[in-house]
Write a protein that binds this ligand. Structure first.
Ligand code: SF4
Length: 716
């Protein structure tokens, strides 16, 4: 049979793929980008542990005892229990959570708000959104920092803690993964990545000190007169106060804080500030997953303004999404008619710019009733490994009055659920691919299901529509017609391309790879769009000293504070936990926990790794491949040691999202960033010791699913 065009969703880059079907219409192969995750979609569909039928828990929470039930019973139970919570405690006491897939977010958010709850929460409570909000507060716009769009005009790249080879398709051959001839390159990263090895200067900073380093950049820029004074005078607010503040960030002090060489710092700043246009490339998480992340990120992105590279071709352009679907989420109804969202009380600046509640507060809401009491939860693709101090989140899920979850497989979260629903994979569900994913390549297309769902699995979005119908809102939920919901979302697409988006399986590309094409196609504003439109902030200027932050009780300047748990801020804790713990570097072999069960992926990365510098390993008698225990004030988790001088001495990097080796059991849930609520995944303290009970060398790599099967029930 011919190949069927489709869209991958093994991560949210939305890459175009072609699915090969056999004569019976069963997928047997996938052609797509050079991405190992792409090729395991069929493994996921056919995995023996996959959830294929609705399940009802029959044993204690966490026991793994479930029995198969009908869809009617499952949906009726969920609708009844959510309605009971609404009657007893009010609609906000029911929370709705979206992890992965992100495709069904619009339908789930609509369900939450139509139900009367403002408490729609997402995984963005700890990912990406803080960078967007920092950019909105500072520039009034999102800036292009992580996109695949690279301008031929760029002369210098300041790469700040992002590793394209691990995170952006097509990985090793990504335009940003290798230094181009003639391009100046400065890399800031606690790990010596392959890109760092190609840099003019690599600043290997202590995790969590990004803000101090950025302020040190500003200090040297002002001290040497490298600032774009004309831009600062005309377009920026609070520059004098900022300039005074950065006087305290002399190179010697900054080098001492960050653990770098003064000479390297001076050289890096000179290269960045005097080679224009320069572009800062950033991760959506690395600078903001700290207790001080929001202001760190602001200090960093202001480098683009101070050097006049903001919204300049070859610099950091304002991001413009000119084509977006019609909103079907009822968010306006939430803002205008519903009570405050979780987080409005605590992180009002973040919620002002982000259309969801702050999910990092969910354990507090369930266990302590703070800042709001949550009694019931409907979740899509939830995993407790996403929360700092994950065991507490597991405890919280176990304390809910009612909890229902959709997923492909069981995990620690679903084991606490009352009802578990089998989700269709991307090969099995339709979706309007129009919400920019990580790659921002701008294809709009309507993906039809390539094959019917396995067993009785259903698309998440379909499930939410059917729940809307059972809750008495049939008309508002297209009477359960999923295609109709996507058609209504598609009404936001311009008439001239909408039909093609829905009928051409290859879709329509509305913005392409390079700036010139973007401008030519009219989907990105021309250079320095602020001259026409102004700067959309409170002051109408770039906010070095933001009144909006002061009003909310924060520093208006991007003030540097030590991470809440660091060698300097917690010297007593540091005596027992003398290593800085960071985690979460991306690899192309997994999307968080989503590929844990797929054997081909596990063969590529068979063990959860704790990466230590040889000096730190030798001091502890640890050899490469040893089983080790990583301890923090929250607990201990076993990993396999990888001895590498790619990490900085005194720093341990652990892979994240492993079942049975979840690094977030060790991270801190009490020191969230005060503006965004983001957790400090990337800077805290730990100790690493050889796991003597496990023997000298690690056991052979476990086959995928081995430990999982032992702990979890097989799909019914
Ligand atoms: S980058 Fe993401 S969407 Fe693209 S092929 Fe790989 S897993 Fe699929």
């Amino acid at each position: 049979m011919p190949n069927v065009p489709s869209t991958c969703y093994e991560c949210d880059a939305n890459c175009a793929i072609a699915v090969e079907l056999d004569n019976s219409g069963e997928p047997i192969g996938v052609k797509g980008p050079d991405c190992p995750r792409c090729y395991v979609q069929i493994d996921r569909r056919n995995h023996p542990d996959r959830l294929l039928y609705p399940l009802k828990r029959t044993g204690p929470k966490g026991s793994g005892q479930f029995e198969r039930i009908s869809w009617d019973e499952a949906l009726d139970t969920i609708a009844t229990r959510l309605d009971q919570t609404r009657q007893q405690h009010g609609a906000p006491a029911v929370a709705f959570f979206a992890g992965y897939t992100k495709e069904a977010r619009p339908q789930l958010q609509r369900l939450a708000h139509a139900f009367g709850s403002p408490n729609y929460l997402t995984e963005s409570g700890c990912c990406f959104s803080a960078t967007l909000v920092a950019e909105k507060v500072t520039f009034g716009a999102r800036v292009k920092t992580t996109s695949t769009v690279a301008s031929s005009k760029t002369k210098c790249i300041l790469n700040w803690s992002t590793n394209p080879r691990g995170s952006i398709p097509p990985f090793d051959t990504h335009p940003l993964a290798n230094r181009k001839p003639g391009l100046a390159l400065v890399v800031v990263d606690p790990r010596r990545t392959p890109l760092a090895e190609q840099a003019d200067v690599h600043l290997q900073l202590r995790p969590g000190t990004d803000g101090a380093l950025a302020l040190g950049f500003h200090h040297l820029i002002f001290a040497n007169g490298w600032q774009d004074q004309g831009f600062l005078d005309e377009w920026c607010n609070g520059v004098n106060a900022f300039r005074d503040y950065v006087k305290d960030f002399a190179p010697e002090r900054v080098a001492d804080i960050c653990g770098i060489e003064v000479s390297d710092l001076r050289r890096a700043v000179e290269i960045f500030a005097t080679t224009r246009p320069a572009q800062i490339t950033l991760s959506p998480t690395a600078t903001v997953q700290h207790s001080n992340g929001f202001q760190n990120h602001r200090a960093l992105i202001l480098l683009s303004a101070v050097t006049g590279n903001l919204d300049r071709e070859g610099g950091n352009r304002f991001f413009s999404t000119k084509v977006s679907p019609k909103p079907i989420e009822l968010f306006e109804h939430c803002l205008n008619d519903l009570p405050p969202r979780i987080g409005d009380e605590v992180f009002p600046v973040w919620t002002r710019y982000w259309p969801a509640g702050q999910s990092m507060l969910l354990p507090n809401c369930i266990l302590d009733g703070e800042p709001q009491r949550v009694h019931s939860l409907l979740a899509m693709g939830i995993n407790t490994a996403m929360w700092p101090n994950s065991k507490r989140m597991e405890q919280a899920l176990g304390a809910l009055d009612f909890f229902a979850a959709t997923d492909f497989f069981h995990n620690e979260a679903t084991l606490q659920a009352d009802i578990v629903l089998p989700a269709a994979t991307n090969l099995e569900r339709p979706a309007l691919i129009a919400y920019p994913g990580c790659a921002y390549q701008g294809e709009l297309r309507y993906r039809r299901a390539v094959v019917a769902p396995k067993g009785e699995a259903k698309p998440d979005a379909q499930i939410f529509l059917e729940l809307g119908v059972r809750l008495g809102m049939g008309e508002q939920f297209w009477n359960g017609d999923l295609e109709a919901s996507w058609a209504e979302a598609g009404e936001g697409i311009p008439d001239e391309i909408r039909t093609e988006v829905f009928t051409n399986p290859d879709g329509v590309t509305v913005y392409a790879d390079i700036i010139e094409e973007l401008v030519e196609h009219g989907f990105l504003d021309a250079d320095r769009s602020y001259r026409l439109k102004g700067i959309n902030t409170r002051s109408g200027k770039v906010e070095f000293d933001a009144e909006e932050l002061k009003e909310a009780g924060h520093d208006g300047l991007p003030v540097y504070r030590e991470p809440a748990e660091s060698p300097r801020s917690q010297p007593e804790v540091f005596k027992d936990y003398p290593l800085v713990l960071t985690s979460g570097a991306r690899t192309k072999f997994d999307t968080h926990s989503q590929h844990q069960r797929l054997e081909r992926m596990r063969r590529a990365v068979p063990n959860p790794l704790a990466e230590l510098h040889p000096q730190d390993a030798a001091a502890r008698g640890i050899q490469d491949g040893d089983a080790v225990v990583v301890r923090s004030p929250r607990g201990q988790v076993g990993f396999i040691a990888k001895i590498t001088d790619r990490v900085k001495p005194g720093v341990v990097h652990c892979t994240h999202a492993w079942r049975g080796a979840n690094i977030n059991e060790l991270t801190d849930d009490r020191t969230l960033d005060p503006i965004s609520g983001f957790p400090p995944f990337k800077s805290s303290l730990c100790q690493v010791e050889k796991d003597r009970a496990a023997g000298q060398q690690a056991a052979p790599a476990p086959a995928a699913g081995t430990t999982v099967k032992a702990a979890l029930p097989a799909a019914a």
